[in-house]
Design a protein around this ligand. Structure first.
Ligand code: SPV
Ligand code: MG
Length: 322
């Protein structure tokens, strides 16, 4: 039960697949807490005369989930604790949720994780084809060791068999370009993973030109139609989402921006309070408390409380009838 945006797991789970099947493109933003999920679900861009533009889905990132716990992204922040955050996010948004499953761990652990995510109403999980424990893909200084593609594919196949709903999707994330392998290697891995039941592919890169991604997209699209592809344009973010969609991506994930923005904002507020020896000057950099109350459902809860009881005198109440 949540105080805002309550939705049943089965209603949410199917939303992503339905969007993809309708050929709609999915713009996704990273979240790392209940509050960030609330903000991202409600943020919108209003163009006069048009429907407001919002994000279509939320990404629960391992990088920012770990960082928000003060931990490095090295598969240290593990399953059961990650499930707590995932549940927290599920409780405050109606948007479809895509979970970053790191390497998925061992096949039994991944099978368990998928059934838990499915039950929570998550729409998709993405696992990457590196050896456990992985290192963050954006790190230049880490060794990125690829998993044997058949071992990885077997993990996907096994988890697919454990699922009860068609709507929950498993994306195979290909790390060939992160590990310095070729586009051929990435394409060959994509074929293997799809053959063993992956519902879609995430292709990742840390290049700042993005040419490897655009080449992968055009070669993959030429050989396969209607397989959803996810791109994560962190390092090649000069490319517009609409261009990635035109080239064949179905989902674009902005994978770490709310945590990085929060980090900068917190640093700034600390500086301003220390500099001024008071928080007065910080007010204009902060959201009013009233707005936070309203966002997390405090005001609405008070209204419901007031409508429930009728005061009859000192410490005496009756329950109002409808
Ligand atoms: C994450 O957001 O945790 C990701 C994407 O896995 S990246 O950090 O680019 O590897
Ligand atoms: Mg990750």
């Amino acid at each position: 039960m949540s105080l805002v945006n309550h939705i049943l797991p089965e209603e949410r789970r199917v939303k992503l697949k339905q969007k993809i099947n309708r050929g709609e493109k999915v713009k996704c933003i990273e979240v790392h807490s209940g509050l960030s999920a609330l903000i991202c679900s409600q943020s919108q861009r209003v163009i006069p005369g048009n429907r407001p533009e919002r994000f279509d889905a939320l990404w629960i990132s391992s990088l920012t989930g770990s960082a928000s716990k003060g931990l490095p992204d090295m598969e240290i922040y593990l399953l059961e604790r990650r499930l707590e955050l995932i549940e927290e996010v599920c409780q405050v948004t109606k948007l479809p949720i895509i979970v970053d499953g790191d390497t998925g761990g061992d096949p039994t652990g991944f099978e368990y994780f998928c059934t838990k995510l499915e039950a929570l109403g998550v729409s998709a999980v993405v696992i990457e084809d590196k050896k456990h424990p992985k290192r963050n893909s954006l790190s230049e200084d880490s060794a990125h060791v690829l998993e044997d593609p058949i071992l990885f594919a077997g993990k996907i196949q096994r988890a697919k068999k454990a699922l009860q709903s068609d709507a929950f999707m498993i994306f195979a994330r290909i790390e060939s370009l992160i590990a310095g392998e070729s586009i051929e290697d990435a394409l060959s891995r994509a074929n293997i993973y799809l053959k063993y039941g992956a519902d879609g592919i995430m292709i990742h890169s840390k290049s700042n030109h993005g040419k490897d991604i655009t080449e992968f997209l055009s070669r993959f699209q030429a050989s396969k139609n209607n397989i959803p592809i996810i791109c994560v344009p962190t390092t090649y973010n000069f490319i517009y989402d609409k261009e990635l969609f035109r080239l064949g991506a179905s989902i674009v994930i902005h994978a770490n921006h709310t945590l990085r923005a929060a980090h900068k904002a917190i640093e700034k507020i600390c500086e301003v309070i220390l500099e001024n020896d008071r928080s007065y000057e910080a007010d204009e950099l902060c959201t009013p408390v009233k707005e936070i109350f309203s966002m997390v459902g405090y005001d609405a809860a008070l209204v419901r409380e007031r409508s429930l009881y009728k005061p009859l005198g000192k410490n005496k109440y009756s329950i109002k009838t409808a």
